[in-house]
Design a protein around this ligand. Structure first.
Ligand SMILES: Nc1ncnc2c1ncn2[C@@H]1O[C@H](COP(=O)(O)OP(=O)(O)O)[C@@H](O)[C@H]1O
Ligand SMILES: [Mg+2]
Length: 249
């Protein structure tokens, strides 16, 4: 469905030197599957999402969506073709209400649907629809609004970048329920969840461990979980000291 072929990404480092963030990535995201993308901080997970969305332009390689080469398309064109990305750190736009951003995400969506998607991410529509996106909202609220926009848009491939950040224990259960009900066994859609969460990873169909700008390990949870379990649990307990290697180095 979405294929990354020999993708390299170079950016300018602090002293002007070229830094290679992604190195010869090859990934096939298939329809009807939920993917977990995990791995240490700085490994390149967000950069992969941004290259797919067209926010970062790869220095080499091709991206295909349903067989069409989309490597040269803009962010807007890729969005129109069915790629959606919920940012790890969503931008805060001042002077625009939550109802407005939901309507922009899915033009023509009626208020009943908008309300139901806000409820799905644990936000009471009455309290939020008229609020300004720029001020007074917590990081967790902004993340959930971002998630609701992507759920409402429902593109062919939805990429959620650390959706668990800023949600509490109760909403982790809701988030899990949403992923399962919306994407598990949905033959027409692909979900990619960038996550460190010990509850989300095991329910995904395929785990990709990204480290050092490459895929360090890939496979179904039963094959990969034992490699990363200790690091994920250590992260959960907040006891990590030094570098977290995710067992794959
Ligand atoms: N625009 C950029 N300019 C310079 N370095 C970047 C840029 N974007 C990402 N990086 C670097 O690339 C590496 C991978 O980052 P990122 O993709 O955000 O990792 P992850 O999401 O796995 O934590 C990090 O070392 C990060 O500092
Ligand atoms: Mg990231």
């Amino acid at each position: 469905m979405l294929e990354l072929r020999n993708i390299f990404l170079q950016v300018d480092g602090e002293s002007g030197e070229k830094v290679e963030i992604l190195k010869n990535l090859n990934i096939d995201f298939q329809k009807g599957k939920v993917y977990a993308v995990t791995g240490p901080n700085g490994g390149g997970k967000t950069s992969i999402a941004k290259v797919i969305m067209g926010i970062y332009r790869q220095s080499q390689g091709q991206i295909y969506l349903e067989g069409e080469d989309i490597s040269d398309l803009s962010v807007t064109e890729r969005a129109q073709k069915g790629i959606g990305y919920a940012f790890q750190q969503p931008p805060r736009f001042k002077g625009i209400t939550i109802q407005d951003v939901m309507s922009i995400a899915s033009p023509g969506a009626d208020l009943v649907r908008i309300r139901s998607f806000l409820r799905d991410v644990g936000l009471c529509p009455e309290d939020y629809l008229d609020r300004d996106l720029g001020t007074g909202l917590s990081g967790g609220e902004i993340k959930r609004i971002e998630m609701a926009q992507l759920l409402l848009r429902d593109p062919l491939i939805s990429i959620f970048d650390e959706p668990e950040a800023g949600v509490d224990l109760w909403t982790i259960q809701k988030l899990l329920g949403l992923i399962v009900s919306r994407y598990k066994h949905n033959p027409n859609k692909t979900a990619v969840v960038i996550t460190h969460n010990e509850k989300i990873i095991p329910i995904c169909d395929e785990i990709l461990v990204v480290d050092g700008g490459t895929i360090a390990a890939q496979g179904p949870p039963e094959k990969i979980w034992h490699l990363i379990k200790d690091d994920i649990e250590c992260k959960v307990r907040n006891q990590c000291q030094g570098e977290v290697t995710y067992g794959v180095k």
